[in-house]
Design a protein around this ligand. Structure first.
Ligand SMILES: Nc1nc2c(c(=O)[nH]1)N[C@H]1C(S)=C(S)[C@@H](COP(=O)(O)OP(=O)(O)OC[C@H]3O[C@@H](n4cnc5c(=O)[nH]c(N)nc54)[C@H](O)[C@@H]3O)O[C@H]1N2
Ligand SMILES: Nc1nc2c(c(=O)[nH]1)N[C@H]1C(S)=C(S)[C@@H](COP(=O)(O)OP(=O)(O)OC[C@H]3O[C@@H](n4cnc5c(=O)[nH]c(N)nc54)[C@H](O)[C@@H]3O)O[C@H]1N2
Ligand code: SF4
Ligand SMILES: [Mo]
Length: 901
């Protein structure tokens, strides 16, 4: 580090693992990112998304100024308009005619003031958050069982446990650093066991001793069978149950009929595997159940949660070192949002909206004119109310509902019909911001200042590392300014996030005396200096508790937050998911390793677009065969809600009858990849969380007449193709294309795609006779400006190799772009290890050269020795090679499209 550079410790803005990040900022403003070795979530490690954060600091595509009706405006004009329109709606139609839809990606301080304005001043609870789509079932399950929304355990418990059961969690891709901690623990104690409950095999399966490929939606049956087994094998903890719980007999009665044979039938899991799972769970005192969206995002998500909690309560395995249920949170501040009461059915600081005592505590503390007493609209209902014009003014902050809410086309229609929509975002164009009457430029990661809470209740600081660009302002600031302009001057007079945090900490302890779980009142008088240098800490942190700053677990000795202090067993009968009509598939949706949600931030980092570059659908080989869907061809998925076109990834990691597609593609980067257009707005009746993993769809080949692959320096505008997907590269853009009918003139088509004219670039064309393929190369002064490969079949090309040659400044490399096969350079295949740029083919060569462990591959190629995000995939390549070697040798296959996952 040079003398003039400075180190700033902050927190990663992506997943709920909440890793500490160390940003080294040089005098010239350059930023180098590394893991914060002092942070107890990650001890210095980062996954590839965290490690490439510096690439997202670009100002390309940032929203830098307020806009009114898509014209640049000043903050005072924009805020006056927002305050005016909200005030008018409230005066004319009452407080329930306005709503906020906010996000687990806001900082706690931003979230707190948004909630305060809506519930304490406007007097409505019409504020809901994208956490409704994410954590609502867990919140509801926790509250039913524990009387409060508490994650009882801490990360260390993953390492201390003897059995980790992962349910509906692709931890390897979605919480990579936690996964890495688990991987290390298992390497140190090989006797540790991991069970993965997921309908499909994922990267997470690579660490598992037992994969239970469960029929979608049938987890409740699995855990009912487990409860019965635990009881029959004498593994329930009678004294814990007697002293600290309520309702065990009823829960057991409903489990009674679930013998292994019945569970096997309901879940599609073989009896032997079930038996093995039940025995492992029974034998191991130290068991942690990690669960995530395969549990929450379901029509019976809350019951799934409680079925899991029931087993931990029955065995007393909760809040103990190495034992407990563990809901891992998705967004960086999913937990903070729950703490400030960001959901429409909560008050601040884990207080209850329906409890008059809590209403009174909050209103008096805020000295607010009013307080919401009735729950507001939950996300899906909120957008239905937008659609039927009950909501007259809507403010969306830090979320992209036009893509991420179910029935997303109806959400777009609702937004289009809403009289007044405000969107606060950090990028200029999203599928949601298109509908904004007022667009407010927020400060992004690296500029924002405040706190977030991770999955283990640890509160950490996000700190600014650079000057905020343009007119961007923090979300708390715009919310407070609007509040003041609406006439609420007293409650929103903060000097900065520090003031807000103090007030919030104070409220958490106010009239609490141990009656409420969430308490950080130790910080109610924190100074600006101490706030600036605040180290990560776990709640609770009651006033004066500074002497015992160990990590605290909950419930090992009871102490639940129910009126009698006992946990509740919940009766969770199993209702099989609705039957699919013949010909339909269950559409499962989720995440990929290197992209974050709608890609507004990860999409600008070229490194993160090297792993998977287009939207795809996983389908089982037998299903694909039956439907004539060829590997790497395109398929159309449709139902009554909408349709999408995706690249077919034919793989036996998928179950028959199920499909999987990623959630990340939007109208900004694909022609028709918005997956939530297919997901119906069905929700869990208790939590209101959408059933995002269980839509029914039809699938058929999309009969493309031609396929294309293109590289360009300029961002293409108005691509004329039935199918296209766009991704960033270091030099510009790469694209996959296809069309139902051929353009009249491919040469003109290529020029338009590249944005070049006959005067600005020479165009070379090579025709590949016999295969009906062409290559067009636009170049000038020995530099490639555009490459377009057109073929009647899915394009066969060494894409990583072409990207490398395209970026080159050596005129000799121009030739390799036109050659059908790499000339001078081995094709490394699709990039698996982003840190060291190692491709799948190089790894396969190393495996053939007898490197048979991830470590040996690392020594041979360096793959997997950087951030480690790719280690599960390297393991999969090793396993696949081993299983091929056992079977008859497969013919060498040149995959027409680089494999997607
Ligand atoms: N790379 C990356 N990481 C992320 C995010 C991201 O966008 N990208 N987003 C973050 C956020 S907000 C969240 S909420 C988390 C989500 O983290 P996860 O929940 O781990 O991710 P998902 O891919 O949504 O779904 C997990 C798994 O549930 C499985 N599943 C589907 N249906 C069922 C079922 O009926 N039963 C069971 N047992 N499993 C089922 C799916 O096959 C899938 O593999 O990830 C966080 N981390
Ligand atoms: N089918 C299906 N649908 C799903 C899911 C699924 O698994 N399947 N998962 C659901 C889940 S768990 C989640 S969490 C959601 C995520 O869905 P969204 O929340 O809609 O996704 P993001 O892309 O994270 O949207 C965040 C937006 O906020 C902006 N932003 C980033 N930082 C800031 C900031 O500091 N201030 C402001 N004002 N804006 C900011 C970003 O540019 C982006 O436009 O998707 C849900 N939808
Ligand atoms: S695991 Fe990766 S994405 Fe999640 S917080 Fe850590 S570095 Fe960020
Ligand atoms: Mo999420």
């Amino acid at each position: 580090m040079s003398a003039s550079s400075k180190i700033i410790r902050t927190t990663c803005p992506y997943c709920g693992t909440g890793c500490g990040v160390k940003a080294t900022v040089s005098a010239s403003g350059g930023v180098h990112i590394s893991g914060d070795e002092k942070h107890p979530a990650n001890f210095g490690r980062l996954c590839i998304k965290g490690a490439t954060l510096a690439e997202t600091l670009t100002l390309n595509e940032r929203l830098l100024h307020p806009r009114i009706f898509d014209k640049r405006a000043s903050w005072s004009e924009a805020l006056a308009m927002v305050a005016g329109r909200f005030r008018e709606a409230i005066q004319t139609y009452g407080p329930s005619s306005v709503a906020f839809y906010v996000s687990g990606q806001m900082l706690t301080e931003d979230y707190y003031v948004a909630n305060k304005l809506m519930k304490g001043y406007i007097g409505s609870a019409n504020i809901d958050t994208n956490s409704r789509l994410c954590m609502a079932s867990t919140v509801a399950g926790h509250k039913r069982a524990f009387g409060a929304d508490i994650v009882p355990n801490v990360y260390e418990d993953l390492e201390l446990s003897d059995l980790v059961v992962l349910v509906g969690s692709n931890l390897a891709w979605c919480h990579p650093v936690l996964f890495h901690r688990l991987e290390n623990a298992k390497a140190a104690r090989p006797e540790m066991r991991v069970v993965n409950v997921d309908p499909r095999r994922t990267a997470t399966s690579e660490i598992s001793d037992l994969q239970l490929s469960i029929a979608p939606g049938s987890d409740v049956a699995l855990f009912l069978g487990l409860l019965r087994h635990l009881d029959r094998s004498g593994k329930c903890d009678a004294s814990y149950v007697a002293l600290h719980t309520h309702g065990f007999d009823d829960a057991l009665a409903i489990a009674d009929s679930w013998d292994v044979a019945s569970v096997a039938k309901a879940t599609g899991i073989e009896e032997a595997s079930l038996q093995r799972f039940y025995e492992l769970y029974a034998e191991n005192e130290r068991v942690v159940t990690v669960y995530s969206q395969g549990v929450n995002q379901s029509i019976c998500g809350t019951d799934k949660v409680n079925a899991i909690l029931n087993c931990h309560l029955a065995t007393g395995r909760i809040g103990k070192p190495g034992a407990g249920p563990f809901s891992v949170t998705g967004q960086p501040n999913a937990m903070g949002g729950r703490e400030v009461g960001g959901l429409a059915n909560q008050l601040a600081c884990h207080m209850e909206l329906h409890d008059p005592r809590h209403q009174d505590i909050v209103r008096r503390y805020w000295r607010s004119p009013t307080i919401a007493t009735k729950p507001g609209l939950k996300a899906v209902d909120l957008f239905k109310a937008v659609s039927d014009r009950t909501i007259k003014a809507l403010w969306i902050i830090g979320t992209n509902p036009a893509d991420s809410l179910p029935d997303a086309d109806s959400v777009k229609a609702a937004l289009a019909s809403c009289p007044f929509v405000v969107v606060s975002d950090v990028v200029e164009r999203t599928d949601t911001s298109e509908f904004a009457h007022v667009l407010l430029p927020a400060r992004a990661w690296g500029e924002k200042d405040g706190t977030v809470t991770n999955s283990e209740r640890r509160i950490s600081r996000q700190r600014p590392l650079r000057q905020a660009p343009g007119d961007t302002m923090p979300d708390w600031w715009s919310i407070c300014r609007v509040a003041k302009l609406m006439g609420y001057s007293r409650g929103f007079d903060y000097g900065g996030p520090h003031d807000i945090f103090r007030e919030y900490a104070g409220l958490s302890g106010h009239l609490n005396n141990g009656s409420r779980d969430f308490d950080i009142s130790d910080y109610d008088d924190i100074s600006q200096r101490d706030y600036d240098s605040l180290s990560p800490f776990q709640w609770p942190r009651r006033k004066g508790s500074f002497l015992s700053r160990r990590s605290e677990r909950f419930f090992a000795n009871g102490g639940f937050f129910t009126p009698d202090g006992r946990a509740r067993f919940i009766v969770t009968p199993f209702h099989p998911p609705k039957k699919r009509n013949a010909g339909l598939f269950t559409l499962n949706t989720g995440r990929i390793r290197d992209q974050w949600h709608t890609m507004t931030r990860t999409g600008v980092a070229p490194s993160l677009s090297r792993h998977i570059v287009e939207p795809f659908v996983e389908i089982h080989p037998a299903d694909a065969r039956a439907l004539d869907i060829l590997p790497a061809s395109l398929a159309r998925l449709s139902n009554a809600h909408g349709s999408v076109i995706l690249r077919a990834l034919v793989t036996d990691r998928q179950r028959r009858g199920s499909l999987f597609a990623p959630i990340h593609w939007t109208q900004q980067n694909s022609s028709c990849g918005r997956i939530d257009a297919l997901v119906g707005a069905n929700t869990d009746p208790i939590s209101g969380q959408p059933n995002s993993k269980g839509a029914f769809v039809g699938i058929e080949p999309w009969p493309a007449a031609w396929f294309g692959f293109a590289l360009t320096r300029n961002k293409p505008s108005d691509v004329d193709a039935g199918y296209w997907a766009l991704a960033r590269t270091g030099f510009g853009w790469r694209m996959e294309l296809a069309g139902l009918s051929e353009p009249e003139d491919f040469e003109r088509y290529a020029r338009e795609l590249f944005g070049v004219t006959a005067d600005s670039a020479a165009l070379a064309c090579v025709e590949d006779f016999g295969r009906g393929a062409f290559r067009f190369l636009a170049h000038q002064h020995g530099r490639a400006l555009g490459l377009f490969i057109m073929s009647r079949e899915p394009v066969e090309a060494a894409r990583a190799f072409l990207c490398e040659k395209f970026a080159s400044h050596d005129p000799k490399d121009l030739m390799s772009l036109l050659a059908a096969r790499p000339l001078s350079h081995a094709d490394c295949g699709r990039t698996v290890c982003i840190c060291h740029g190692v491709g799948a083919k190089e790894i396969e060569v190393a495996i053939d050269g007898r490197a048979r462990t991830v470590e040996a591959i690392g020594r041979a190629t360096r793959a997997g020795t950087g951030c480690g995000s790719c280690r599960p995939e390297i393991q999969r390549l090793i396993n696949e090679k081993a299983s091929h070697a056992q079977r008859a040798p497969a013919p060498a296959q040149d995959s027409p499209q680089e494999e997607h996952a």
